[in-house]
Write a protein that binds this ligand. Structure first.
Ligand SMILES: Nc1ncnc2c1ncn2[C@@H]1O[C@H](COP(=O)(O)OP(=O)(O)O)[C@@H](O)[C@H]1O
Ligand SMILES: [Mg+2]
Length: 372
């Protein structure tokens, strides 16, 4: 088991003309479940392949624990431990199992090529199969298994080798929604049991939120923010992070900031909100300027009357089973509101009250968060 440290890593596919990852710095703790999250093409797989030793970065260092695995400078290799000596296990979306071999043969394959004695292979395979509830399937051929079962075999095959680092690249992409939820839960449980440092690559924010100890949210080869799922959800560092995490997406309202009788007013044109005391200090420098106000769909409620409420017109309703998504118009803007009431509202005209404790304020120019 090992921690992973990445220092000033740049990765280029064109000999340093442009960087796909630009000065990446990262610390992943021993035993942590770390998720690389971000839109397609942001560099998640590239970062993972670099850690695995399948790619040589242009510059920077990668350590497992205090052992240097990769060091390159200006495209030149200084230290490079080959992938097979890094004691890693990888699972990809295409798990490339051997369809005509049994589960047992697939799981033991890498140990056999390493000339591990047969008794020992049996012991390791049986042990891992029990953890993954594959014991009854050990003598079946892969071709006879469902997608979810194959997925578990792929995990088992990787885990029998007791890797010090476990790398998974979008491994649940092939599964249907129900199975994905189940495998997600099992994967997280197994990871905690084995306590193996894990990097999991996905573009799916739900997978990241539900499984990660540590999310690294990437965009365009840069880290936008890292931290626990709650850090990122409750305190997004910028509008990109605010928009990437949470479904439906956060609502953003461009507002002017006005000072009136010692209070700060957020004026969106279609409504005015008196800013709560805890954001006063952050808003002061924006007096007479613009800010972007973010309110998550779950941070509204229906008000009867009163100050700090927003007049809205109901547009359409999507029942979720345990709540309703209300699409409402505030002026011309369509806003999503997650309403947890028993029955959908029947009135078209309504007043929405945002939870003033959960406002997110951003600088429209830098896109950075301005409130604590
Ligand atoms: N072998 C390659 N040659 C050139 N460009 C590549 C190669 N692999 C990936 N890229 C580019 O690097 C960027 C990051 O890719 P990747 O790490 O695969 O993204 P992700 O896994 O986040 O979807 C993308 O712009 C992609 O087109
Ligand atoms: Mg990828």
């Amino acid at each position: 088991m090992a921690s992973i440290t990445i220092k000033d890593m740049c990765v280029s596919y064109n000999k340093g003309k442009t960087y796909v990852l630009d000065k990446l710095n990262l610390d992943i703790k021993d035993g942590e479940f770390c998720v690389f999250l971000g839109p397609s093409g942001c560099g998640k797989s590239t970062a993972m392949y670099s850690i695995a030793g399948l790619l040589e970065p242009f510059s920077g260092q990668i350590y497992f624990g205090d052992k240097l695995m990769t060091e390159t400078e200006g495209g030149k290799k200084k230290t490079f431990v080959p992938p097979q000596e890094r004691n890693i296990a990888m699972v990809f979306q295409e798990y490339a199992l051997y369809p005509n071999m049994t589960v047992r043969e697939n799981m033991g394959f890498s140990l056999k090529t390493k000339k591990v004695p047969k008794d020992e292979i049996d012991r390791l395979v049986n042990e891992q199969a029990a953890k993954l509830e594959l014991t009854d399937l050990l003598d079946r051929r892969i071709a006879q298994l469902s997608g979810g079962q194959r997925q578990r075999v792929a995990l088992g095959r990787a885990l029998v080798r007791s890797p010090q680092v476990f790398l998974l690249d979008e491994p649940l992409g092939n599964l249907d929604a129900k199975l994905r939820d189940q495998v997600r839960y099992e994967l997280k449980k197994i990871q905690k049991e084995l306590n193996v440092t894990t990097i999991y690559v996905t573009h799916d924010q739900t997978e990241a939120m539900t499984m990660a100890d540590h999310i690294v949210l990437l965009s365009g080869g840069h880290i936008m923010q890292e931290g626990t799922p709650n850090d990122l959800y409750d305190h997004p560092a910028n509008e990109f992070v605010a928009g990437f995490l949470g479904t439906p997406q956060i609502n953003i309202f461009p507002c002017s900031v006005k000072e009136e009788n010692g209070a700060y007013i957020l004026d969106a044109g279609t409504f005015r909100l008196k800013a709560p005391d805890h954001v006063k200090a952050s808003l002061a420098p924006y007096t007479g300027k613009k800010v972007d106000l973010g309110i998550r769909p779950s941070d509204f409620e229906i008000a009867q009357e009163g100050v700090n409420s927003i007049p809205a017109k109901l547009d359409s309703i999507e029942p979720l089973g345990d709540a309703y998504l209300l699409y409402v118009r505030i002026g011309e803007k369509v806003v999503v509101f997650k309403y947890a009431g028993e029955k959908a509202p029947t009135e078209t005209e309504m007043l929405l009250k945002p939870n003033m404790e959960k406002l997110h304020l951003f600088d429209p120019e830098t896109q950075k968060r301005i409130n604590a």
